[in-house]
Write a protein that binds this ligand. Structure first.
Ligand SMILES: C[S@@+](CC[C@H](N)C(=O)[O-])C[C@H]1O[C@@H](n2cnc3c(N)ncnc32)[C@H](O)[C@@H]1O
Length: 175
């Protein structure tokens, strides 16, 4: 039975842009997923080989799992994984597209740095949308270890209500 307390996932135009900009046919990672609507939208788009949801708060992930399993609009055959842990503690290779949105640049830096230091950062595209501390994320992207692997392809501005949110599209450098 659908739990009436769980809201229907609703994609804002900001969230739709994240899905549009991700690389098709490969995994989609929704780091710091919270409500999970972006990852759910990614699942429903049928654009990706698998979708990974990552958030460090256990009750958020319990609720998200219920939402996925209880929503009649979601096909149980969808290929997805839930990771209840800090993004910094992910211990498998991250491939395809990696989204981190709605957190500060320090958190984005910490997650990327941890993956990079353990050689797990293998994504073709990073979609990064810091809501504060943008300069900390930018300094990290410009650091030697990141700049030799990734380059900023595009920075776009997304209107969300009265706020403007940045989105950095950062691609792996192909040599
Ligand atoms: C404001 S929500 C962002 C939701 C969504 N990404 C969006 O843009 O709409 C921030 C979420 O980040 C999660 N979070 C913060 N730091 C994290 C970390 N280091 N690893 C995993 N999740 C984290 C919080 O638990 C919270 O659910």
């Amino acid at each position: 039975m659908l739990n009436k307390k769980l809201p229907k996932p609703k994609l804002s135009s900001r969230m739709k842009i994240f899905i549009e900009k991700a690389v098709p046919n490969y995994p989609f990672w929704d780091f710091c997923c919270d409500h999970g609507y972006i990852g759910i939208g990614a699942l429903q788009s049928l654009k990706f080989s698998e979708v990974h949801f990552v958030d460090q708060v256990p009750h958020i992930m319990v609720r998200l799992e219920k939402l996925i399993y209880q929503s009649p609009a979601l096909n149980p055959d969808y290929n997805f994984s839930l990771h209840t842990k800090a993004g910094e503690d992910i211990c498998q290779e991250v491939t395809g597209s990696l989204l981190i949105a709605g957190v500060g640049g320090t958190t984005i830096k910490n997650i990327l740095e941890s993956l990079c230091n353990r050689d797990l950062l293998r994504a073709d595209r990073l979609l990064l949308s810091p809501h504060l501390d943008e300069h900390i994320m930018n300094a990290f992207l410009a650091s030697e270890k990141m700049a030799r692997k990734y380059e900023v392809l595009e920075k776009i501005s997304i209107q969300e209500g009265r706020r403007i949110r940045p989105l950095y599209i950062v691609d792996k450098i192909i040599r």
